[in-house]
Design a protein around this ligand. Structure first.
Ligand code: 4AD
Ligand code: MG
Length: 445
């Protein structure tokens, strides 16, 4: 459908051609001598209006009710100029086949459905306009991300998902536990197979084949090791945070893009973030016009009051939104040089001894989109900082090695991919920016 309707004449140039559409019925209007069926195939927002007369092969399926909203269909017909006002062309159907019937209980009917309700139907929500559009824009952003970094000479690194180190040093990690298949039969629930001690408690010594292991909170430390050999690298993969927060911008599982630049300082880092954002936004505006026009029709903007911030406090999301929406009139803003107390151990200490070479990119509606920094490349400073924060130097031995063997100034950042999707689409809640959101207590689908 995108191929037909996305053309310069919205399909008029294809009039007279035969077309097969395979998709799902969005609406069906049965009139006495003519039936209108809107079919969507996921390629774009637009449906194909299929006009079925009683002489079409398979018309009996209309009469018997086996075609209904939600059913999958195979439709063949001729592209003709549309008499209706909604579209330039439509399909005059010669043959229709119901591939899969849809039960009348199909919950996604034409009327407007709340996004809260759709979260309980995560398996069916991609069949709505909104989630179709979000999926296509998310895909375009992922493609543009790889394109940007590849065109600029970055090497993509797969950072591990299971790790023993805590990149942010914040302790917000999920633990990995080994199940013992030999002690399991089909009737056991998975939970019952978690190794237990004699008193029935979880046996943590069994974590990852006898070693403690966690789901990664960030691939940064691994990216730094490869930047210390290949120069500019990036990661793009899932990361996990065990923060028990129920907000519209936090997920327990989210995707992060983490470039790491060697022989680079904070200003190189900011230049990279700026160029990246401009590139991916331009790509989406150029390639997802129909979906972006759709989002433009329903963005709602909240108003944030003036707020006060004290030195040494971290910015709360209301502060972040105030900065970009009010103080800077809806423009993205970069904040640099935060007090070291509120930032992670790896950030480079500035000459003032109290701030670090950090940068956060804040954008309207979302707040913090990017967190980055120049890294502490000096061994003694880094060791002091780990001591100061009472972090266990032993577990960071390999990270410290990078400072022992050919250390270079380097910098990088992490961008939360779902927050980028939120920013670009205007989707209010981060749970609607990822196909299957993982939040406290929700991992059903
Ligand atoms: O600011 P954060 O915690 O920075 C890091 O993890 C660094 N190691 C990144 C780096 O320098 N390579 O997280 C980076 C970004 C945030 O700015 C935010 O966009 C996103 O990750 N993020 C989350 N997104 C969704 N849900 C959460 N719970 C998130 N936590 C962070
Ligand atoms: Mg941050």
């Amino acid at each position: 459908i995108a191929d037909i309707k996305g053309g310069p004449d919205e399909g008029l140039d294809r009039v007279g051609q035969t077309l097969v559409v395979k998709g799902w019925v969005r609406t069906l209007r049965v009139q006495r001598s003519i039936t209108f069926m809107e079919v969507n195939d996921g390629s774009c927002l637009s449906n194909m209006q299929c006009v079925i007369n009683s002489d079409a092969e398979g018309y009996d399926q209309v009469e018997s009710g086996s075609i209904s909203t939600g059913a999958s269909v195979w439709v063949e017909g001729a592209i003709v100029e549309s008499q209706g006002s909604g579209q330039k062309v439509e399909l005059r159907v010669t043959k229709v086949i119901t591939v899969g019937k849809s039960d009348p209980s199909f919950p996604i009917q034409k009327k407007r459905i709340s996004r809260e309700f759709l979260r309980t139907k995560a398996h069916l929500r991609p069949r709505t306009n909104t989630f179709g559009a979000v999926s296509r824009v998310r895909n375009a952003l992922a493609y543009a991300t790889h394109k940007f970094f590849q065109e600029n000479g970055f090497v993509w690194i797969s950072s591990p998902i299971v790790t023993a180190s805590d990149c942010e040093g914040a302790g917000e990690q999920f633990c990995v536990t080994t199940l013992i298949p030999s002690s399991r039969d089909a009737s056991d629930s998975l939970v019952d197979t978690i190794p237990k001690t004699d008193d029935g408690l979880i046996d943590w010594s069994q974590d990852f084949f006898g070693k403690p292991a966690f789901l990664t909170v960030s691939g940064q430390l691994n990216a730094e090791t490869y930047a210390s050999a290949l120069c500019d690298v990036y990661t793009f993969g899932p990361t996990f945070r065990a923060e028990n927060s129920n907000t519209s911008r936090h997920l327990a599982e989210f995707w992060m893009i983490e470039p790491e630049l060697a022989f680079a300082d904070l200003s190189d880092d900011m230049a990279c973030a700026t160029a990246y954002l401009k590139y991916v936004v331009r790509h989406v505006l150029d390639n997802c016009k129909e979906d972006m026009d759709f989002f433009n029709t329903w963005i709602e903007k909240g108003i944030i009051d003036r707020l006060s911030v004290k030195w040494g406090c971290d910015l709360q999301s209301e502060h972040e939104r105030y900065v970009t929406e009010e103080a800077f009139a809806g423009c993205p803003v970069i904040i640099t040089d935060y007090p070291k107390e509120i930032k992670a151990f790896y950030m480079r200490l500035n000459d003032d001894g109290s701030t670090v070479a950090a940068m956060d990119v804040l954008v309207p509606r979302v707040g913090e989109l990017i967190g980055g920094s120049q890294r502490e490349e000096r061994l003694e400073y880094l060791e002091d900082r780990l001591d100061e924060l009472k972090l266990n130097k032993e577990t960071y031995w390999w990270y410290l090695d990078l400072r022992r063997f050919g250390s270079v100034p380097h910098a990088g950042f992490g961008l939360g991919f779902e927050r980028l999707v939120q920013f670009v689409t205007g989707i209010e809640n981060i749970r609607d920016a990822i196909p299957f959101p993982r939040t406290p207590g929700s991992a059903e689908f």
